[in-house]
Design a protein around this ligand. Structure first.
Ligand code: SPD
Length: 368
């Protein structure tokens, strides 16, 4: 699957794909030595695992169950965007073992040699992954990462406040909702939405189109109450905004308690993504990281994670254990006609500087 392309129906064809992992071990032959053998102190087995993940993206009971089963203590910290993760890793050094970048961010970090190779013999549950997520373009051979969750970025809204169903990005910018809208504080996400609204590619690297999107956001500064760092769902739930540009699972999490909340994928198009659990090259606790990966890929643990997070699972063996309602919900597992208008983020390389510059302009204009 080319994750930089528009989504086609193939995304959900879990047709079997054979993954061939060739591991060549070329250990040099032992050289005889006249030196007396010295006693080597046994290396103490690590009992720690350091995970750096998105906010609201883990079930604490799963962490606790893993800690108890393996006698490993998990240090868990969070971030709010791919850009934040990338900045932290590039600034280095870090002592994290596992991080959770989205597809295009995996490709970027792979290019920066940030990841360490997985030993698949330590991850037998790798066989549970749905074929669609095997050998992705951003991580050929799943060398460094396993899929974590996947989802879409759309609009959560409170129907009591909007007074009607919303179906498009244009609806979001109806003057009636001025000052009642939050946008995700992530440049690629925010610009993708506006580029789609303006009829451009959400992965555009065309300066004129980006200028147009920047001008749109600046001229709608009063319409957007705030750019929220992965917290739009909280603002929506608290009634601080009526419309939130957000990740689907985060909106579904608040829907459970608030019957007035809806989620929609705009008619002009929207973004789809897969997040991945990746091993860092500098991971101090590689074996524990692989144990955790294997644990999450268990059918029932994988289902428990998605049932809790309300995101879609890339674990084929987990499907029978997923909540029936979620498995059949078009907002979580969109039908083909909706997938047809969804796009993956492309790794745009050095053109990301165009987005960074435009983003600084938008935030400064917004006083953020
Ligand atoms: N609160 C967890 C949100 C995870 C979203 N990850 C995907 C981001 C794609 N830009």
């Amino acid at each position: 699957m080319n994750h930089n392309m528009k989504v086609t129906s193939k995304f959900f064809q879990f047709a079997p794909i054979l993954l061939l992992v060739l591991v060549s071990a070329c250990a040099p032959a032992a050289t005889p030595t006249a030196e007396p053998a010295t006693e080597v102190a046994p290396v103490a087995e690590s009992t720690v695992l350091n995970i750096y993940n998105w906010e609201d993206y883990m079930d604490d009971t799963i962490l606790a169950a893993f800690e108890e089963e393996y006698g490993i203590t998990i240090n868990y910290t969070t971030y709010t965007s791919n850009e934040e993760l990338i900045d932290v890793l590039m600034a280095g050094p870090v002592d994290y073992d596992l991080v959770v970048p989205s597809d295009y961010a995996v490709e970027f970090l792979r290019g920066e040699s940030m990841f360490g190779s997985l030993d698949k013999t330590n991850i037998p549950n790798f066989a549970n992954i749905a074929p669609t997520f095997i050998n992705p373009s951003y991580d050929p051979g799943n060398r460094y990462c396993i899929p974590y969750q996947w989802g879409t970025t759309g609009i959560g809204y409170n129907i009591k406040a909007t007074g009607k169903e919303l179906t498009s990005w244009a609806d979001v910018f109806d003057p009636a909702y001025a000052g009642r809208v939050s946008f995700i504080e992530e440049p690629r996400e925010a610009f993708a939405a506006i580029l789609l609204l303006l009829g451009h590619s959400p992965n555009s690297t065309n300066q004129i189109e980006l200028d147009e999107a920047t001008a749109f956001l600046k001229s709608n500064a009063d319409h957007i109450a705030t750019y929220a760092p992965d917290t739009g769902q909280d603002l929506l739930d608290a009634g601080e905004v009526d419309i939130a540009h957000e990740y689907n699972g985060d909106i579904f999490q608040i829907m459970a308690e608030n019957p007035d909340i809806r989620y929609m994928i705009p008619s002009e198009g929207a973004m789809i993504w897969s997040d991945n659990l990746c091993l860092l090259a500098s991971a101090p606790n590689k074996e524990n990281a692989e144990k955790f990966m294997n644990y999450l890929l268990d059918a029932e643990v994988g289902a428990a994670l998605s049932n809790y997070l309300r995101y879609a699972s890339p674990n084929q063996a987990a499907l029978p254990f997923l909540n029936e309602e979620d498995r059949n919900h078009p907002g979580l597992y969109p039908p083909e006609e909706v997938l047809a208008r969804m796009f993956f983020f492309a790794n745009i390389g050095s053109a990301s500087q165009l987005y960074d510059d435009a983003w600084s302009e938008v935030l400064a204009n917004h006083g953020q």
